[in-house]
Ligand binder design. Sequence first.
Ligand code: CDP
Ligand code: CDP
Length: 228
Amino acid sequence: MQPITIAIDGYSSCGKSTLARALAKKLNYVFIDSGAMYRGVTLFAIENECIINGIVDKEKLTQKLEQIQLRFASVEEDERKHLFLNGKDVEKQIRSMEVAGYVSEIATIREVREKLVLSQREMGKNGGVVMDGRDIGSVVFPDAELKLFVTASPEVRAERRFKELTEQGRNVTREEVLVNLMERDRIDTSRKESPLIQVKDAIVLDNTNMTPEQQLEFALQKVHELAI
Ligand code: CDP
Ligand code: CDP
């Protein structure tokens, strides 16, 4: 089978990256976590005084966009690739609640999206790629051979993310995580620039009651159906 492009979109914390990573491993494809890139720009904004007293200075950030260089690279201590921001491994920092609190607002900025979409298309131009995010099937790769739209109940999603964060030793509450993901979903679905939508040709995967293994099986089945 020719290498295809797989686009995975959906709400926050519903297992998109877990699925995309597992699919890429199984198919020997490249996995790209586009959300990590928006988180990287957000970290840059925090570290470069583009957010003052909780207010995002969109103009200032837009002017500094050329200074931002993002890349994914392998590291010795982890089988997963890490995001590097201007040469520094920021994989851990981008998963903080502070970054999660600003990222959806940063992701509404047209210039930010244009920069990241260009680089995402470049990374996936040869196919054999699984990319997850919010606008992959609608904007980044509208011609992707397989598009999945992942969803799960907000409570299950919050519980999954809470568990993940506490296992990493982060000091968060369930309530904080639930509020953050509901707020991000609200901004992501209502923004003007490339909102999260379920495109017509996407296959819906509600994984509320599925394990990561079951969701992988579901997606692999869809890949194999394409090859028939
Ligand atoms: O993993 P989680 O669901 O928490 O989110 P993420 O994939 O890391 O994405 C973080 C945020 O980046 C999302 O809430 C969106 O605001 C934004 N994002 C986006 O706008 N477009 C994408 N393709 C990916 C992420
Ligand atoms: O990328 P996204 O924000 O959509 O979610 P994720 O980071 O892939 O998954 C969030 C958490 O949910 C991870 O700890 C996964 O292991 C877990 N998960 C799960 O428990 N059951 C699933 N069916 C999918 C993910």
